[in-house]
Design a protein around this ligand. Structure first.
Ligand code: FES
Length: 103
């Protein structure tokens, strides 16, 4: 079942950087890359680091703690020490707002 939830203004996003949002107490990071928006769980699966504070390189987010990486499109871990994927959330942008399907 879909549950589209308004989480941010499109204008709050910065190309190549992440921002945190907390719909319903969840901790999610939004990233804008090449005009597309991606949403992932904000906490790294390797440790308690916030990916919104990491570095975007292409479609990857580099964790600020040990420099592990994830693919923003799939959540797959792409560079050690990260091995467990992060959850990715369906995103749509409508009416200048960013919506996530929280399911
Ligand atoms: Fe993210 Fe270690 S906490 S790579």
């Amino acid at each position: 079942m879909s549950n589209w939830t308004d989480v941010a203004a499109e204008a709050d996003l910065f190309e190549g950087a992440g921002i945190p949002v907390a719909p319903g107490g969840l901790d999610i990071a939004l990233f804008a890359v090449d005009g597309e928006v991606f949403a992932t769980d904000n906490i790294c699966t390797h440790g308690h680091a916030r990916l919104c504070d990491g570095f975007v390189e292409g479609h990857e987010i580099e964790c600020p703690h040990h420099q592990g990486r994830f693919d923003l499109r799939t959540g797959d871990a792409t560079f050690s020490p990260c091995t467990e994927p992060i959850k990715v959330w369906p995103v749509k942008v409508e009416g200048g707002r960013v919506w996530l399907d929280l399911g």
